[in-house]
Design a protein around this ligand. Structure first.
Ligand code: HEM
Length: 409
């Protein structure tokens, strides 16, 4: 098969990838593409292929051969390019986490924290999350305008994940800057290496502080498992904290941001949800399907030749699964490009699939439910403060989220 090699770092593509993905789904099961880092990869775009790929053990998280350009730690986490100028040791301190490894390491690392993320444990956080949402909206009292991302969608999940881990949330502005750079990956340019280094220092300081003064929190629990039981290495410990901090908030920011945008670009949807709150759980699933927070799953590497339809991906090649594209596949969803708040259970892939299925899905759903309920209650007249066409999507191949969401309250 001959195809043009498409550039996934192209700003035009990233601003509006849906029509491009739709064309690719029609023309073949996989696409040859250049990642923003310059590496070539195969992109899987159809729902059935994506679902199968995410459970295929031949598509491994095993590190790329060194020198391939994508092996450095957090950059791989972020699904983007490495910072070649990173200080030594930084890569290992953030890359030895469950999302970057195969079984049996994956099984061991995931088990260490999975009990903290069950539906029941997460439901117990409801009153505290409601309180955080209320306080954030209290801060907006008396204002007519705000950027809903800055004022609400960003601080809510960061505060929740910090409390869950047992870390202070006061450094969250620094944290936002670093994690913006980390998720933009190679597209953050020269900001990436310093951001990764600053995050690693932050995590090391947190661990030192909690070692000195253990508490009854997840971080102290993980330190105990490391120091007393030797069930994970120091790099695995810092990488776990890195993963939970990054995965636990940037994504949820986008669920709240993208969902609010979808409701406000056509206020009939907002009014419909306001009139029938029973639609909310299904509406959240539809936001996840229609404009999911994660554009592409993190990279896999083919460990053997893998046939997808009539194309063979050779062993050793990187593979990218586009969740955004799979979730708009019209072979899977009738009128896939229509937002339908009452769409029957869409079984979307927004949280991934298989062994790496999102550990935080119950938490993300609960946070979203609380966030939308609070917004509908407190700001029934909420509307966009700029034309929807003026909103900008943040660059980056990993996440799909708005740069800002100016609203009238
Ligand atoms: C994994 C999406 C929120 C923690 C994943 C994956 C996706 C995803 C697609 C799999 C990636 C892959 O296979 O390459 C989302 C979305 C969220 C969200 C859309 C919000 C709407 C959270 C939250 C946490 C979290 C709140 C909390 C800590 C994780 C972890 C993994 C993961 C630890 C790795 C699981 C593993 O490798 O076994 N997430 N996530 N996520 N997510 Fe989330």
């Amino acid at each position: 098969m001959t195809q043009d090699i498409v550039d996934l770092g192209d700003p035009g593509f990233q601003a509006d990838p849906h029509p491009v993905y739709a064309r690719w789904r029609r023309t073949g099961p996989v696409r040859r593409a250049v990642l923003p880092s310059g590496l070539n990869a195969w992109v899987i775009t159809r729902y059935e292929d994506a679902r199968r790929a995410l459970t295929d053990p031949r598509l491994s998280k095993r590190a790329y051969p060194m020198g391939s350009g994508e092996a450095a730690g957090g950059s791989r986490t972020a699904g983007a390019a490495p910072a070649a100028d990173m200080a030594p040791g930084i890569g290992a301190a953030i890359s030895k986490h469950m999302l970057a490894v195969d079984p049996p390491d994956h099984t061991r690392l995931r088990r260490l924290v999975s009990a903290a993320f069950t539906g029941r444990r997460i439901e117990a956080l409801r009153p505290r999350i409601e309180q955080i949402a209320t306080e954030l909206l209290d801060d907006l009292d008396g204002r007519e305008r705000a950027d809903l991302i800055d004022a609400f969608a960003f601080p809510l999940p960061i505060q929740v994940i910090c409390e869950l881990l047992g870390v202070p949330a006061e450094d969250r502005d620094d944290f936002r800057e670093w994690s913006n750079a980390v998720v933009a990956g190679s597209q953050a340019g020269p900001k990436l290496a310093p951001a990764l280094e600053a995050m690693v220092k932050y995590i090391h300081d947190l661990l030192a502080e909690r070692r000195a003064r253990p508490g009854d929190d997840l971080l102290s629990g993980l330190i105990q498992v490391r120091d007393a039981e030797d069930r994970l290495t120091e790099d695995e410990l810092s990488s776990m904290v890195f993963l939970l901090l990054v995965a636990g908030h940037e994504t949820t920011v986008n669920l709240i941001g993208n969902g609010t945008y979808l409701l406000l670009r056509d206020r009939a949807e907002w009014d419909r949800l306001r009139a029938d709150r029973g639609l909310l759980p299904g509406a959240i699933e539809e936001f996840l399907r229609y404009e999911g927070p994660v554009e592409t799953a993190t990279f896999r590497i083919a460990t053997e030749d893998v046939a997808i339809g009539d194309v063979t991906i050779p062993a050793g090649d990187p593979v990218v699964v586009s969740l955004l594209s799979a979730n708009r596949d019209s072979d899977q969803y009738p009128d896939a490009d229509e937002l339908r708040l009452d769409r029957p259970n869409p079984h979307h892939l927004a949280f991934g699939h298989g062994i790496h299925y999102c550990l935080g899905a119950p938490l993300a759903r609960l946070e979203a439910q609380i966030a939308f309920t609070a917004l509908l209650d407190r700001h029934p007249d909420l509307r966009l403060d700029v034309p929807a066409e003026d909103l900008r999507w943040r660059p980056g191949l990993l996440l799909r989220g708005l740069d800002g969401l100016p609203v009238r309250l």
